[in-house]
Design a protein around this ligand. Structure first.
Ligand code: RB5
Length: 149
C-alpha cells in the first residue's frame, strides 16, 4: 500500500517522525513536502496529496499541519476524497470502518508523536466495514454531484 504524505511547516517534524515509522514498518510512501521550516500554505500540500489519492497513484494519504483541521478541509475539496481529522484511537478506527476515509489528518500542535504513530498504525490496519455504512458513504459522494448554484 503506497501512502502519500505531506505537511506544512508546522507539521514537518511530525511528518519526519511518521516517515521513519513507515520505513520501520516497510510501508512505501511518497513525500509531497514540505521539506523546510519555511512557512507555506497548507492547502498547497493538501491538494497534491489528495489528488494523488483521488487519481489512484497512492492508496491512502496522511496530512499534518498545526491542528489537522485546515488539511482536512482542503483535502475534502478534492473530488472523491474523504479526509478525517484523527486525534484519538476510536475515531481514527471509525474513520476507516464507518467513513472509508482515504486520508487521515493530524495536528502536530495537538498530539504527541507516540500517539500519532499509534494512530497511523490503527488507521492503516483498519478497513471499511461496508454494510449499512456503504449507503451512507455513497450519500456523501452523491453530495459532490449536486449543483448549488
Ligand atoms: C498555519 O498555517 C496553521 O493554520 C496550519 O498549520 C493548520 O493548523 C491549519 O489548520
Amino acid at each position: 500500500m503506497k501512502i502519500a504524505i505531506g505537511s506544512d511547516h508546522l507539521g514537518l517534524e511530525l511528518k519526519n517522525i511518521i516517515e521513519d515509522f513507515l520505513k520501520e514498518k516497510e510501508i512505501e510512501f511518497k513525500d509531497f513536502g514540505t521539506i523546510s521550516r519555511e512557512p507555506l500554505d497548507y492547502p498547497d500540500i493538501a491538494r497534491k496529496v489528495a489528488r494523488a489519492v483521488a487519481k489512484g497513484d497512492c492508496k491512502r494519504g496522511i496530512l499534518i499541519c498545526g491542528t489537522g483541521i485546515g488539511m482536512a478541509i482542503a483535502a475534502n475539496k478534492v473530488k472523491g476524497i474523504r479526509a478525517a481529522v484523527c486525534h484519538d484511537i476510536y475515531s481514527t478506527e471509525r474513520s476507516r470502518k464507518s467513513n472509508n476515509a482515504q486520508i487521515m489528518t493530524m495536528g502536530a500542535r495537538i498530539i504527541g508523536s507516540e500517539l500519532a504513530k499509534k494512530l497511523v498504525e490503527v488507521w492503516l490496519n483498519s478497513e471499511f466495514q461496508g454494510g449499512h455504512s456503504e449507503r451512507k458513504v455513497q450519500k456523501i459522494m452523491e453530495i459532490e454531484k449536486e449543483n448549488f448554484s
